[in-house]
Design a protein around this ligand. Sequence first.
Ligand code: IVH
Length: 671
Amino acid sequence: MKEIDADIVNKVKALRETLHRHNYLYYVLDNPEVSDAEYDRMMRELTALEEAWPELYDPDSPTSRVGAPPLSEFETIAHSIPMLSLGNAFTDSEIIDFDRRVRKILGTDDEMLYTVEPKLDGLAVELVYENGKLIVASTRGDGINGEVITANVRTIRSAPLLLQDTEKWSIPLRLEVRGEVFIGHEGFRSLNEEQLNQKLTPFANPRNAAAGSLRQLDSSITAKRPLEIFFYGVGETDLRLKSHWETLQTLQELGLRINPLIRPEVTIEEAVDYYKALENKRHLLPYDIDGMVIKVDDLSLQMKLGSTSRSPRWAIAYKFKAMQETTRILDIDVQVGRTGVLTPVAHLQPVNVGGALVRRATLHNEDEIERKDIRIGDTVLVQRAGDVIPEVVKVIESKRTGVERIFHMPLNCPVCDSTVIRAKGETATRCINATCLAQLKERIKHFSSKGAFDIDGLGDKLVDQLVDKSLLASYADIFYLDAVKLEDMERMGARSAEKLACAIEKSKKIKFNCFLYALGIRHVGEHVAKILAREFKSLDNLLLATTEQIGAVEGAGSVIAESVVNFFKQNTNRELISRIIDNNVCILFQTHEKEKTLEDKVFVLTGTLEDLTRDQAKEMIEAAGGRVSGSVSRKTDYLVAGSSPGSKLNLAKDLDVEIIDQATLQKMLGM
Ligand code: IVH
């Protein structure tokens, strides 16, 4: 047997301690001291040593996040203190009533102090630490008994396997902590991309994805899911604590991540203001929240207030306006997209969903209508999520009166009247007439959209007009428009015509990947366009590439390859490209792999930059190895501020984030 060298034992110990510390700095303090690359390097070194010396196995090593053997079912466990839920409030006055009730029960006229927190939209869990080690984790279950999901929770990187600084507290220390497990937006996007790649059904929303991932019998699957956790309270503990805020700070010191937006010591009026501010920045957060939680801060007062069987009297959730509402389908019509796909769209009795008036919802395709049994006249539940088009979740069958009508896909294109077809095995019904005006309009809209030629001012209504008046017969014609022709359009003054002509001129310098995306080749979205541009480097190379060559590119595959080759084979498409290039469109090819000068640096953009769109700036930063994030945090390295910057500028100043302008950014990029 190999004798373990003391140096190796020490090295492994040191690496484990260092990595635990970096986890704490990264997840809890949001203030990493090493780059991701350096962290990965240490992790690889530790993994290699542990593989070479299995006798050094330690279940709490930072490498132990890969999952355990699958279970056949979950065990259940009783919570020592029931995990209650929260009462809900929906209006300011219900919050004022809550404060009044609290003071009445306590028999005081004194102002109450509360802690306010975002209400995370995930799943409640309880983690039990003994002597600083995570020993059991469970779901909320029915509040009394939960399911044991320890192996799954051990794969969540923001859930520490070992607590920090436990010497500070009296040991043995038993600590039951409670928190919310969730999946952030970025994680959700990549998870669903992965699901699609594997030909699996994508998750409907981050909460479902988190629930499905947390209740996996095979924790090695959970380990691949981007779960996160924020802690917000304790169960049974021998810590002596006076206030909820002190509890949260103690959790943070112990290495348990708490949400950075939590505010202590606020009055009821300030709580209402906080709610408004939170609702306004809700869409900027990298994860879903569905309201605010307000909690009486003083723990002795919490004790006096007690709980009902369902929820505590010392806390309440102030929910945001629902993103789902019920309404009626007045009619269903059909839209024709740029690839000729017919999409049925529901015309709704207008309804306010989370602050926006919704009149239309997509019904996706014929199969979806059949699956959900959606009929004209039905009362339905509609949902709006972020920027996506509202959709019908389900029919409220109990509201049926018998006059509802079944919808049938038309046999002819509603725009050009040619016969539509539905290929075997496909859900889509298509109009295959290449000269269909609806397709042409949509192709042009795509061509000028963000991520493609990004022509500011060439909106949908204007494209419709230009096509109807025969000024655009293809997207190449955009470059043959001028201010004089544009001025003839409805609602177009000389100034806006001039502005649009300038925008068209400006769009003529275009990166190769954006150009490829703009062409509207089937299966070539922004991501694939980037892959192809990086691989083939020039249009000529791509035009010469064979199906096999394209199919062999990682991230492409045979379906994409065939679609690309077919597109370029068609003379009409080649002619279009020539006409575009002939009118001085200049495709910017990336000639050599740029040095990754901004490796691992995190940028946030705010305000209007001088002559770069945000998307262009983002691309350039990413090409140099940096990352662009939507919100400022302590992890941000640089805030790039243009004119009329938003609130991000103040936040960056507060957090001491370096603030730079476009010129500095360009210098950093070596331009
Ligand atoms: S405190 C007894 N704080 O909301 C109070 N809950 O309906 C227990 N939640 O099951 C909860 N964010 O899953 C609390 N900051 C927060 C929360 C939060 C989300 C969830 C939690 C709980 C549900 C209550």
